[in-house]
Ligand binder design. Structure first.
Ligand code: HEC
Ligand code: HEC
Ligand code: HEC
Length: 356
């Protein structure tokens, strides 16, 4: 027995030395061009599938058929995923197809994943493959619209996909707006009826530009906007900000609001001193105030409410002024935020002479 163990130890030592020699010599090819051996590919795939299945257990999946989720998800896919995974009607792009492992054409593989698994993969990425993690660690609420879209992608026709992502090119908007923003914000800044996307039409120009800079520098957190803003030059940022600030807010795309909620929100705001013990919102928000502060009137309620929640748990970030909002958001509970958001959403700014 002792002899056997000794031999085993010796064998182990010899194998370890060979292993080190192989590693140090550099003989092992790391080239992507030859792909994996079928057995390596199978093992990695199996391990990865098991890991995703295990770690996504217990994820609470929210309702995925809320208004606008699919449209926003398609916009995110077109802006941030398509260049690796292709899309209905567009063949796989050749450069990522030469990766090992190559990104799969998703409509062929998504039926194997449930919503929680898709969420896990998009949130965390997959190690040792080119599949990147979600660009921000600060928040993951933005991934769900993408999951809502992925769930429908395997049955989506070319023309259904185009209906979701095509933009109207017949506009005087600058090229950056048409090519990179219109898919979610529309060229007129009113969006496509998605209440998670802010209205940019008529927003203060300085605020728009500073927000784009904050996203690009990673100071304002959004897995959707950070990569988009980071691709823009300073010139494109100012062109887009100028264009959108010059558009007029219309009633287009506003969703139904609850009248009681609006009134409750209005009451809260007028009693800000007594009930909330915070400065009046109108002290900072509104056309006549500091142009680096946003105008809230007419923004979708869902968007405003979400921003307040992000401020409350310190995961919004913002331009240099963002922390002015922390104590204010802390003073509001979820219900109050929702009411105030409904109130602001119900207001609409009429265009004035001084606008543009
Ligand atoms: C830089 C290229 C790249 C980008 C960008 C990218 N992916 Fe991937 N993705 C990959 C690769 C490579 C894999 C394959 C991993 C593997 O084989 O295990 C993958 C795998 C996946 C899978 C798992 C598929 C399966 O077979 O189980 C999903 C889902 C996915 N990606 C979704 C997305 C979404 C959604 C986005 C956009 C937010 C995205 N990917 C962006 C490269 C990319
Ligand atoms: C894939 C969809 C999508 C695209 C494309 C997109 N956006 Fe956005 N944008 C969003 C979403 C969603 C938000 C809200 C993000 C958040 O919670 O911070 C947002 C927020 C913004 C904000 C902050 C507004 C505010 O009131 O706080 C600005 C400014 C902005 N986008 C400008 C642009 C510009 C300019 C482009 C084109 C270069 C662009 N966006 C492209 C979806 C998109
Ligand atoms: C002392 C000034 C100040 C007061 C008072 C104030 N805010 Fe703000 N608020 C700001 C600033 C500055 C920002 C933008 C931060 C940035 O640049 O990212 C902001 C952003 C917001 C946003 C995000 C808007 C967007 O488009 O992203 C919401 C929602 C908001 N405030 C709600 C409120 C409400 C509701 C009140 C009143 C209860 C209020 N604020 C009072 C300064 C203020």
């Amino acid at each position: 027995m002792k002899d056997f163990l000794k031999k085993l130890a010796l064998l182990g030592l010899v194998l370890a030395v060979i292993g080190v020699i192989v590693l140090v010599s550099g003989i092992v090819p790391v080239k992507a061009s030859s792909g994996h051996w079928p057995i390596t590919r199978w093992m990695l795939g199996f391990a990865s599938d098991r890991s995703v299945a295990f770690h996504s257990i217990g994820t609470e999946v929210p309702s995925l058929d809320e208004p606008g989720m699919l449209t926003l998800g398609a916009g995110i896919y077109q802006s941030n995923c398509k260049w690796c995974h292709g899309s209905p009607g567009s063949p796989m792009p050749p450069v990522p197809a030469a990766m090992t492992p190559a990104p799969p054409y998703l409509p062929d593989v998504l039926h194997e994943l449930d919503a929680a698994e898709m969420f896990y993969i998009v949130r965390h990425g997959i190690k040792f493959t080119g599949m990147p993690a979600w660009p921000t660690r600060q928040r993951d609420d933005e991934i769900w619209p993408l999951v809502a879209f992925l769930q429908q992608l395997n049955e989506m026709s070319d023309s259904e996909y185009r209906d979701l992502v095509d933009v109207d090119k017949d506009t005087a908007a600058p090229e950056v707006v048409v090519e990179q923003c219109a898919i979610c914000h529309a060229s007129d800044g009113m969006g496509h009826g998605t209440d998670r996307v802010p209205v940019l039409a008529g927003q203060n120009e300085v605020y728009l530009r500073e927000s784009l800079e904050a996203y690009a520098e990673g100071n304002r957190h959004s897995g959707v906007m950070e990569p988009i803003a980071a691709r823009l030059s300073k010139r494109e940022m100012s062109d887009a900000a100028k264009w959108y600030a010059g558009q007029t807010m219309t009633s287009q795309g506003r969703l139904d609001l609850n009248a009681e909620s609006i009134q409750a929100g209005q009451r809260l705001i007028s009693q800000h001193d007594d009930t909330l013990k915070v400065a009046a919102c109108s002290k900072c928000h509104g056309q006549e105030n500091d142009p680096s502060y946003p105008v809230l009137a007419g923004q979708p309620a869902e968007f405003l409410n979400r921003q307040l929640a992000l401020f409350r748990n310190r995961s919004r970030g913002g331009s240099g002024n963002g922390n002015l909002m922390h104590s204010i958001a802390d003073a509001l509970d979820e219900n109050q935020s929702q009411q105030i958001a409904s109130y602001f959403a119900s207001l609409r700014r009429e265009p004035t002479e001084s606008e543009n």
